[in-house]
Write a protein that binds this ligand. Structure first.
Ligand code: PRP
Ligand code: URA
Length: 250
């Protein structure tokens, strides 16, 4: 991952959108301070994203690409995790290294966020997991909570909230409210496609939360689906989409 691409803050649509606070850093100031939106502009991320967007991608490949892109995004979102020095013995002698010293909690927003969980656990197997169940109403697009089970002591953890779609931002804000009420302080949100409306809402309600996304798409349609987006992530991940009714919110 080239560093100057890793923190390419803003995108074409967010540049135009007055609702999104775009902060620009010269490439030399990489990760020197938290910024609200990290647009992860890596070629492998975009390669996986375009497969996820393709309506012809079947659930099996969709799941694999969800894991691949999540690995890359999670690597970017954890770039500044604290580490402790360690010494191990290679077959040739001692070698100094670093191990992650942070307590990490991953919080998938059900159900679509589960498609990103294995990737984060592959990178950080010791992470604790908190599940947040939210469902958007199909007509109003308002999210309601049906489940929550969070680990204790979130105040000392780096929390990675994972939800692939940031559309109106209603689900993200509800999940972030829950995490903050449970004591979380350092929360980073990883998503796969964001809309300007969702980014703006999260920035307004939870300005300290860093958002990691490959892209901020153009807009929401009248059904509050992201355009061009990729359709209904959960339905495409789990194959619950009806063949006659594509996962587009129509
Ligand atoms: C999707 C997605 C987000 C939410 C985004 O979940 O995974 O959680 O919609 O939309 P918003 O920003 O407008 O709130 P959905 O409620 O469809 O549930 P699912 O994951 O079970 O499919
Ligand atoms: N949820 C999805 O899965 N897709 C969208 O475009 C919006 C919300």
């Amino acid at each position: 991952m080239t560093e100057d691409r890793g923190l390419n803050v803003g995108s074409r649509s967010s540049d135009r959108d007055p609702r999104i606070a775009v902060i620009r850093h010269p490439p030399s100031l990489l990760y020197s301070s938290p910024v609200p939106v990290h647009v992860v502009d890596h070629p492998l991320v975009h390669d996986a994203l375009v497969t996820l967007r393709d309506a012809a991608t079947a659930p099996e490949l969709f799941r694999r690409m969800a894991v691949r892109i999540s690995l890359l995004l999670a690597a970017e979102a954890t770039r500044d995790l604290p580490v402790s020095p360690v010494t191990v013995r290679t077959p040739l002698g001692p070698a100094e290294g670093r191990r992650i010293s942070a307590d990490v909690v991953v919080a998938p927003v059900l159900r679509a966020g589960l498609g990103m969980l294995d990737a984060v656990l592959e990178l950080i197997p010791t992470a604790r997991v908190g599940h947040i169940g939210l469902q958007r109403d199909e007509i109003t697009a308002i999210a309601s909570q049906y489940y929550a089970k969070l680990p204790r002591d979130l105040d000392r953890s780096v929390v990675l909230m994972i939800d692939p779609m940031l559309a109106t931002g209603g689900s993200a804000v509800a999940a972030l409210d829950l995490l903050k009420q449970a004591g979380a302080r350092d929360v980073r949100m990883i998503c796969i496609v964001a809309a300007p409306e969702g980014v703006a809402l999260v920035q307004r309600q939870h300005p300290s939360v860093r958002i990691y996304t490959p892209v901020i798409d153009r807009e929401l349609n009248t059904h509050k689906f992201i355009v061009p987006g990729l359709g209904d992530f959960g339905d495409r991940l789990y194959g619950t989409v009806d063949a006659d009714v594509p996962a587009t919110g129509r």
